[in-house]
Design a protein around this ligand. Structure first.
Ligand SMILES: *Cc1c(COP(=O)(O)O)cnc(C)c1O
Length: 225
């Protein structure tokens, strides 16, 4: 079997696994060539994720306009302007400063941009994300209350890169708890706060079991083995 049809088989398996709980798939197309992305698009899948603003801007300009583009990587404030005209969801908000810039650029484009707060749940120090205390400061700040062109629709996190399933599971449980805590404290009665973005190629089945509403999968779909 060629690499590409092997990947399509993977894509179908993933979609089957996500069906029972209606978990959304973000196909992570970072570093992938336009032709590879089109192969997946032509199966009918329309939601893709990228982690570099300029790469995303260029791909959006080239690829079909009905793709829902998600931004999943660390976002620098000076790059927000490149994706603000079209991005559907930014998974990786980790500061008030970034949120203020997203709001500003969204307003310039006459849109409201959906965002997730990214939490640090992994053991590794290198991964980005807020602590619960930092999120509470952000959400109770006066400045946050003035932002009208962003909408916080949930949370995102990445588990430690490990084969220890128990650890991954406990980190996903922790993120779910953070989600529920914020929902109760800050988003009560707002049914738009509903997304729990967790799970990647290596751990998405655990994430789905732990209540993920959105998985971000790249290598399983795109990489030829
Ligand atoms: C690359 C990336 C993914 C996808 O990782 P895979 O292991 O290739 O599935 C998911 N989330 C983020 C934030 C990423 O940068």
């Amino acid at each position: 079997m060629s690499g590409s049809s092997e990947n399509m088989k993977q894509l179908n398996q993933i979609l089957q696994a996500l069906k029972p709980k209606h978990t959304q798939l973000v196909a992570v197309s970072k570093t992938q060539a336009i032709e590879r992305i089109l192969t997946v698009y032509e199966t009918g899948h329309k939601t893709f994720g990228e982690n570099k603003a300029l790469e995303l801007r260029d791909k959006q300009a080239t690829l079909p306009k009905d793709i829902n583009w998600h931004f999943i990587g660390h976002l620098q404030t000076n790059k927000v302007k490149y994706i603000a005209p079209f991005v559907q969801l930014i998974h990786s908000v980790d500061s008030l400063k970034l949120l203020v810039e997203i709001d500003k650029q969204a307003r310039k484009n006459d849109r409201v941009i959906d965002c997730l707060l990214q939490f640090h749940i992994a053991e590794e120090a290198a991964k980005y994300g807020l602590t619960v205390a930092e999120a509470e400061i952000l959400l109770t700040s006066k400045q946050f209350a003035t932002l009208k062109n962003i909408r916080i629709v949930g949370v995102m996190g990445m588990a430690t890169f490990t084969h220890q399933e128990a650890q991954i599971r406990s980190e996903f449980k922790q993120l779910k708890q953070i989600f529920l805590q914020l929902q109760t404290s800050f988003f009560k009665g707002q049914d738009t706060f509903k997304e729990l973005s967790m799970g990647m190629s290596g751990d998405y089945l655990i994430a789905v079991e732990e209540g993920s509403t959105m998985v971000r999968i790249g290598s399983l779909i795109f990489n030829n083995k």
